[in-house]
Design a protein around this ligand. Structure first.
Ligand code: GAR
Length: 208
């Protein structure tokens, strides 16, 4: 299976995917391209170090959103990938891309959906919301992308404890270590092995 990984920042989830392809924990998968909307994203350096092609395509370089959406879709199409992985990608996915890649785009979100998700909940803001509400369990969710924000079929989730004294940064790191870097690679492996299907908006995992 060929995948594209879309990034905007540090790229620790990208790194987890690279490492687990290398170690053999993700089977039958090759990263064809890393796409960033931010030319300074450290994720692009991680791609370069791993010998993976990196490209930058940013809405800022286009006169309109429509033009960017068109260019983004053309760029993605040119790599002929089987799966698009959003690994901390902060650009809204064009509706046309969602239609064309139905159940072929996955995202990692740093909370247990449907808590602390939707518009405005991304990155540290998610963990700030968790601490403000005082919940004792949070986690991460890997899901397919549909037209809504964080509303697509859920593939895997993993819970993580919130501890006394947590700051958003400390909690973010724990959620990454104990959940994101585990379930995102696992979801890719399950999809590459043909074990994930979506029926009536619900993702199912077969263990054959
Ligand atoms: C991750 O925590 C990811 O879950 C989050 O951004 C971070 C990217 O980190 N994504 C979202 O909030 C999407 N709504 P990374 O660049 O180190 O992988």
């Amino acid at each position: 299976m060929k995948i594209a990984v879309c990034v905007s920042g540090g790229g620790t989830n990208l790194q987890a995917i690279i490492d687990k392809i290398e170690s053999g924990e993700i089977h039958n998968t090759e990263i064809a391209v890393v796409i960033s909307n931010n030319k300074n994203a450290y994720a692009l350096e991680r791609a370069a170090k791993a010998g993976i092609e990196g490209v930058c395509i940013s809405p800022k370089d286009y006169a309109s959103r429509d033009e960017f959406n068109k260019a983004f879709l053309e760029k993605l199409d040119s790599y002929n990938v089987d799966l698009v992985v959003l690994a901390g990608f902060l650009v809204v996915i064009p509706p046309e891309m969602i239609r064309k890649y139905r159940n072929k785009i996955i995202n990692i979100h740093p909370s247990l959906i449907p808590s602390f998700c939707g518009t405005g909940y991304y990155g540290l803001k998610v963990h700030e919301g968790v601490l403000e509400r005082g919940v004792k369990v949070t986690g991460a969710t890997c899901h397919f992308v549909d037209e809504g924000t964080d509303t697509g079929p859920i593939i895997l989730q993993k819970a993580v404890e919130v501890l006394e004294g947590d700051t958003p940064e400390i909690l973010q790191r724990r959620v990454m270590e104990q959940a994101e870097w585990i379930i995102m690679p696992k979801a890719i492996d399950l999809i590459a092995s043909g074990k994930v299907s979506v029926v009536d908006g619900i993702a199912h995992i077969s263990e054959n």
